[in-house]
Design a protein around this ligand. Sequence first.
Ligand SMILES: N[C@@H](CCC(=O)N[C@@H](CSC=O)C(=O)NCC(=O)O)C(=O)O
Length: 278
Amino acid sequence: MKQVSASKAYEGVQHVYSHPSEACGGEMTFALYLPPQAEKSTVPLLWYLSGLTCTHQNVMDKGEYRRAASEHGVAIICPDTSPRGADVPDEKDNWQFGQGAGFYLDATQEPFSRHYNMRRYILSELTDLVAENFPVDMKRQGIFGHSMGGHGALTFALRNPDRFRSVSAFAPIVQPSTADWSRPAFEKYLGSDPANWREYDATNLIEGGSRISEILVDQGTADQFLDNGLRPWLLRDACQKAGIDLTLNMREGYDHSYNFISTFMADHIAWHAARLAA
Ligand SMILES: N[C@@H](CCC(=O)N[C@@H](CSC=O)C(=O)NCC(=O)O)C(=O)O
């Protein structure tokens, strides 16, 4: 593992590291903010999964998470959204597929399966690396994310309820198997049988019996992707039927951008921190 940068912020340190990844078949980069409390003891670990077109850097630059992370004593890790490199299959003119669009799944189809294994990368490889090298308490993990990253956070939490104590999302893709911008990617990564997509679809998982106790979602009403890509009402209906306590905040006039995310970032971190307290 190589340190790319380290910079003091709110008495903690914003780190960026890179490391070779077996799951992604190349070098990967992640950001990790350690709050000042991490100098004296282990701290809870909150995963932030970013959306389409992002690297680890977008939320670092625009998410405004460090003040709240420092106040609450929570470490925040921000992985990249896909494998990277010249040898990684890509569609350069398609922002909804390939590099920057890993959809937090393990691809089964050639030529993508060699590199596009973001689920295994995050849940196993990066998890082990972070647990071994940093003062984080792996018994106190939460997860959140935006859009494609909200999809990742919801599906990871639904499939691993013993691992993630808390889950929230900003404008998540709640049913990627039927949404305009994810269905074509699922077909390319996972093949044409929709039965193989269900484990990567939050509403399908809930309908299939996966359970977590509660979810927090914030969604802007002026989000340009609301009706075709996001459709939070599908998650609301699934949670109602399943008895999952969903708090869905429809935020008047907010769009899909980091201006929306940064506005509600501190609320989400406080929400997680309350659930990750010792
Ligand atoms: N390039 C696209 C817009 C892409 C976009 O809005 N990406 C979002 C995530 S969308 C769902 O996963 C994002 O987070 N972008 C990064 C940022 O820094 O804003 C277009 O041109 O429409």
